[in-house]
Design a protein around this ligand. Sequence first.
Ligand code: DAH
Length: 339
Amino acid sequence: MKEKIDALLHEMEHFEVSNTESLENFRLKYLSKKGLIPALFADFKSVAPEERKTIGILLNELKTKAQDFLKEKQESFENQIGAATSTLDTTLPSGHFRGGRHPISIVRKEINSIFERLGFVISEGPEIEDDFHNFSALNFPPEHPARDMQDTFFIHKNPDIALRTHTSSVQVRVMEQGKLPVRVIAPGRVFRNEAISARAHCIFHQIEGLYIDKDVSFADLKQTLYYFAQEFFGKETRIRFRPSYFPFTETSAEMDVSCNICGGKGCNICKYSGWVEILGCGMVDPNVLDSCGIDSTIYTGFAFGMGIERITMMKYQINDLRLFFENDLRFLQQFEAMQ
Ligand code: DAH
């Protein structure tokens, strides 16, 4: 018996294991149920009683050696596989790169949080919209010239499906849900077929606001936007409203804020007027409420929409809109510290 054990040990030590396949062969040959080591344990019965103690020890040692060898090889193969498939190079110096938010994201977050403090909740809608949500429900009749105000990208030349031209489409989606009162803001990307220049781009970002309840008045609209302007641009900021036209609001207005660069004295940012236009707004047209299944004899509401790029340009004195889309690190790194 002792010779058999020695012979097996010798053989095992010379067993060639170079990959997982040969390791499995090793396991089958020596350790599996029908393997040589269990066979020796089966023969143990025939060992003379006086030899049992020594042989028992030798047998157990043999088994442990085989098991340890198997385990060690398994682990080393697993590590090799891990190293080969991982792209993480732990020896690479860490460098000093600190990620930062894009200025548009910084400003979007700040605007969101101001309206959240007033009880508005964030809502989002799809970037690919149908005619109903982008135009018809917002009181743009077919062939209405107001549709030309917004050069639209249609999808597959299908006149019913387009990239949304404004986030006002989210108003419709929220109203359709029929849960009243409504107090939402909808940030998102919008698309218009415009030539790219320092002042215009075919992709940009807007934040839409919508508030619907009983007895909502223009005074509520003014106070909400006044609060926003002061929180965002500073306590000394003044606002003014100018009459305007949008198909989905009646009365409609545009809101200016006093220029935060010159404090209203006049500079090249405000074109020496002391005021900068930042948003469109108005009382939701009763036709819009009715199209979305809300009874306009009971409910009223206000809405507003602002371009995030324009506000970001004002805030950080950026004079070219294209910078937001070029991802030039020299531009983006200037905003690293801001969150
Ligand atoms: N959707 C308008 C645009 O893209 C902005 C706007 C104006 C939104 C007035 C409104 C609003 O909700 O009441 O130019």
